[in-house]
Write a protein that binds this ligand. Structure first.
Ligand code: PLP
Length: 432
């Protein structure tokens, strides 16, 4: 059942290209902990954390109190023309956490806007509009970000203002380097990077933008160290490394606070959003000071870093760190990945289980081979929902189930989700 009146009104006035999950889409009207309730009174365990936005779950008193206290001052918004205490405090924390020497922070309202800003900074700093990106990447839905998005689903890239060249290194399960050992894969990708640089660019390139683990592309985990090996090549040319941490930041990958740390390298620029606001609209860029300051313009952001969003974000960051949610993500992520690999041994429809921390992908295939099975992913999406579990879907072939619950997840909830996923995967396997 769905609210068909609301659905038809939605379809009438919102764009066709705005994806809606489920044959019968739901409206979420209440939420608490890791559970959300729809307008028809059904409750679900949310294993996608909104869309990796609700890093610490729903209805968290510390966050509500911080936001309410700001609302109670009557100051909802002032703009960057004035000093905003919470913005300065949050910037100080993020600059320090970034590990980037002399870092400066600029706040935006989304991940897209953060990446647009990062690309603008890099292209200005380097006086070049040539950019490198990974195949199968996703960086946002605005003009430059859609251009560096290396996924055929976003074909508007042809119109982008950046000149982009794509390199391998994102999606390892398929493609010419599938099946190689970690070391051989890194070597092959580095060779590819050198070749792409030499053959498709003038060499005078602004930046390489990369997600340490691809999100929309299907939670693809490259070998540790790959981006570090890339950075050595980039440094030969003065090319900047932009790490898009919109999904991988804030400890979600378990072993590190930022995804890039697995690569043993400090980027020149990092972008972030999603989990920081625990649902509030906030994103940003943290960059080496000289890169951040290269614009020389007298610019503003009307809403970026506003007092309400930064108050909520600061409370979220405190909560994440005080409660070691990164550690929880590591522990429960290992448990879920192991449970899913057991399912993979039992069901041929599971082609690959991969992930780090609470960022876990299950790639579904036609049993007996590796051909992508979008229908199987569709079955798992519907069958988990029918059993009270919300999951994500994505990947180049739309055949990857994406699991990214709030990082406050409990052991019991992890078990509950594994049971439901087992049942849903069994149905998908049976049907193929
Ligand atoms: N970068 C990455 C890695 C993302 O996953 C996303 C969104 O999914 C974005 C950028 C764009 O962020 P937003 O949707 O907040 O504009």
């Amino acid at each position: 059942m769905t609210d068909s009146d609301l659905l038809s009104r939605h379809r009438a006035v919102l764009p066709d290209w705005l994806a809606l999950y489920y044959s019968e889409p739901i409206e979420i009207v209440r939420a608490q902990g890791r559970r959300v309730t729809d307008s028809l009174g059904r409750t679900y365990l949310d294993f996608f954390a909104g869309i990796l936005t609700n890093a610490i779950g729903y209805d968290v008193r510390e966050i509500s109190d911080a936001v309410r206290a700001q609302l109670d001052t009557g100051v909802l918004h002032t703009s960057t023309l004035y000093l905003i205490r919470r913005q300065v405090e949050l910037a100080e924390r993020i600059a320090e956490l970034s590990g980037i020497p002399g870092a400066k922070v600029f706040f935006t309202n989304s991940g897209t806007e953060a990446n647009e800003t990062a690309l603008m900074l890099a292209t200005q700093y380097r006086r070049s509009n040539q950019v490198l990106a990974l195949r199968n990447s996703y960086h946002g839905r605005a003009f430059a970000t859609v251009g560096v998005t290396g996924n055929r689903g976003w074909s508007a890239s042809a119109l982008s203002p950046v000149k982009v060249s794509y390199v391998h290194g994102g999606y390892r399960y398929r493609g010419p380097f599938a099946g190689l050992s970690d070391a051989d894969y890194v070597a092959a990708c580095v060779d590819d990077l050198r070749d792409v640089l030499a053959t498709t660019t003038s060499g005078d390139v602004a930046a390489l933008i990369a997600e340490p683990i691809q999100g929309v592309g299907g939670f693809n985990v490259p070998p540790d160290g790959l981006l570090g090996a890339f950075k050595e090549v980039l440094d030969e040319h003065g090319i900047l490394l932009i790490s898009d941490e919109v999904q991988t930041g804030w400890g979600r990958t378990g072993e590190h606070f930022w995804g890039i740390e697995a690569h043993g390298v400090t980027p020149d620029v990092m972008t972030f959003a999603k989990g920081l606001g625990n649902g509030l609209a906030i994103g940003g860029v943290v960059a080496r000071g000289e890169v951040m300051d290269c614009l020389g313009a007298n610019s503003i952001s009307t809403f970026g870093g506003n007092p309400v969003a930064t108050a909520g974000a600061k409370a979220t960051l405190d909560y994440l760190l005080d409660n070691d949610l990164q550690g929880n993500a590591a522990k429960l992520g290992d448990r879920i990945i192991a449970g899913l690999r057991d399912l993979g041994d039992r069901y041929g429809v599971v082609g690959d289980v991969r992930g780090k921390g609470l960022m876990i992908g299950v790639e579904l295939v036609e049993p007996g081979g590796t051909e992508p099975s979008p229908p199987a992913a569709g079955v798992v999406l519907e069958e988990t929902k029918a059993r009270g579990l919300l999951v994500g879907k994505g990947g180049l072939h739309n055949n990857v189930i994406r699991l990214a619950p709030p990082m406050t997840l409990t052991d019991e909830e992890a078990g509950e989700a594994l049971d439901i996923l087992g049942e849903a995967i069994a149905v998908a396997d049976e049907e193929r």
